[in-house]
Design a protein. Structure first.
Length: 118
């Protein structure tokens, strides 16, 4: 086996022009439809979980002490719970918007690919 030849081909492949296939285009469109919803869901979920945790810490007097800290912690914790509860419905709505926006292109391209296979 000639390792120099294999190495030279690998480097040449890095600099050669890549052809975009219909399958790659389909994957890119699918990602465009789904990625914004995923980014929102993870970010919003993490923030709401941190808000909920802060509220719990205030309620249990880990942060602060007294009745005022407890009441503030209760309010903050409830806001965190509400945010966590709303995360999935908001995610589904954003995903639906992305699917509606790119759905026709994805279906058209998938049909073209399946017709080529036959």
């Amino acid at each position: 086996m000639n390792t120099d030849k294999i190495y030279a081909e690998q480097i040449a492949n890095q600099y050669s022009k890549k052809e975009t296939t219909k399958v790659k285009q389909l994957k890119k469109l699918d990602a465009k439809a789904k990625v914004p919803a995923n980014i929102f869901a993870y970010t919003f979920g993490i923030v709401c979980a941190l808000v909920l945790g802060t509220g719990m810490c205030l309620c249990m007097n880990v942060i602060g002490s007294g009745t005022v800290a407890f009441v503030i912690g209760l309010i903050v914790g409830v806001l965190g719970i509400i945010g966590c509860s709303l995360n999935y419905p908001i995610y589904k709505k954003i995903l639906e918007i992305g699917k509606n926006k790119y759905g026709s292109d994805i279906l058209r391209l998938a049909k073209e690919i399946s017709d080529e296979q036959d």
